[in-house]
Write a protein that binds this ligand. Structure first.
Ligand code: ACO
Length: 329
């Protein structure tokens, strides 16, 4: 069974409620129909019921097993306003502001549903920039205990059937060494729990391999590698700094980094910053014809996941299945 089949099969057993707050995007409606029909999850769409039904009818989409919820008419609306106010009042939010936000921004409403347990997870972003999806989740749901940083990983399914994790490709523009170390650990855990990689081998990427170049940017990755190894306490195989070919190609690894148990066999690639991570995954996806699944947000107390605005219906379907698995590890 390939990885996605395993993920679908697990999500069907879990039967989670997943909120999709952007039903004005027709890809979301197509995905919701398929998710419900295949039993991947119970989708909840947020928006005006008559508008959603009309749009679906026009597209020939059947939403029989899909829940539709209009935030302002929901019996839980006032409870959500109060809960959002409680969560953000120290940051200066007033009750009126909380009400305005929940009336006008379905991305906040979706996060409140997840926060208060009325949905198990949220998938959004086909119609919104990443920052608009992430900010409410970071502000309300926040990180899980013991974790200080949320980061975004992709599962990359290569044409030769290799499964790899790339991170951080979505959240932190310029992580410091401690933050990079935390990203490495979260990604190794995602490799195990979602990508079902039994032995994560984590490569801390750079333009240098073991001192081949000297620069403050290389020092950052060196320090991050040391911190990640320390934090991991031997749980995961982590090595660096190394170039991408050293991480992936055995013959290069033998020449440039002999003796490393990660080099040449890496299946978790940690990029030094968001420029390299985001550019890197898109190049591998578009030129290398790998399937990119994600970003999977790692480190949140409850699962919220963000789509690229260029996503397909299949991408939404897959991310709903993955979101169902998060929080189960
Ligand atoms: N982990 C945990 N918490 C965080 C993180 C993080 N990585 N980043 C911010 N926060 C928290 C802050 O502590 C703050 O909490 P508080 O308000 O309770 O004190 C809250 O989130 C908001 O923080 P700000 O710094 O005010 O948020 P900001 O508006 O700067 O945005 C964001 C944070 C959205 C994550 C920002 O860093 C960002 O835009 N990142 C890049 C996202 C992006 O564009 N990615 C590329 C596209 S993704 C793709 O192609 C798939």
């Amino acid at each position: 069974m390939d990885l996605m089949e395993k993920i679908y099969s697990k999500s069907k057993k879990l039967g989670k409620k997943i909120c999709l707050p952007e039903p004005s995007d027709e890809r979301v409606l197509y995905a919701a129909e398929r998710v419900a029909k295949d039993g991947i999850a119970h989708p909840i769409l947020l928006g005006k019921e008559d508008e959603i039904w009309e749009k679906a009818r026009g597209l020939g989409i059947k939403l029989n097993d899909v829940e539709i919820l209009e935030p302002s008419r929901s019996s839980t609306f006032q409870k959500y306003v109060e809960a959002l106010y409680e969560r953000r009042k120290e940051k200066g939010m007033t009750l009126d502001e909380a009400r305005e936000i929940l009336l006008n921004d379905p991305l906040y409403y979706a996060v409140m549903m997840v926060y208060l347990g009325d949905a198990n997870g949220e998938v959004a972003g086909s119609a919104s920039p990443t920052a608009n999806v992430l900010r409410p989740a970071l502000q309300v749901i926040k990180t899980r205990p013991g974790i200080s940083l949320v980061s975004g990983a992709f599962i990359m399914l290569a044409e030769d059937d290799r499964v790899l994790i790339f991170a951080d490709c979505a959240v932190n523009p310029d992580p410091n060494p401690d933050q990079l170390a935390e990203i490495a650990l979260s990604s190794a855990r995602t490799a195990r729990s979602v990508a079902m990689i039994d032995e994560p081998k984590v490569a801390m990427l750079s333009f240098s391999t073991k001192g081949s170049a000297e620069h403050p940017l290389v020092d950052k990755v060196k320090e991050a590698t040391r911190r990640a190894q320390e934090l991991s306490k031997g749980e995961f195989d982590i090595d660096g700094e190394m170039q991408a070919d050293t991480a992936l190609v055995d013959s290069v690894a033998k020449k440039k980094m002999p003796g490393s148990s990660v080099a040449g066999r890496a299946n978790v690639l940690i990029f030094p910053d968001l420029n390299s991570g985001n550019i890197g995954y898109k190049l591998v996806q578009r030129l290398g014809k790998a399937k990119a699944i994600g970003p999977i947000l790692q480190g949140l107390a409850k699962p919220v996941n963000d789509l690229s605005r260029g996503c397909s219906v299949d991408d939404i379907y897959d991310l709903v299945a993955i979101t169902s698995l998060l929080g189960e590890e």
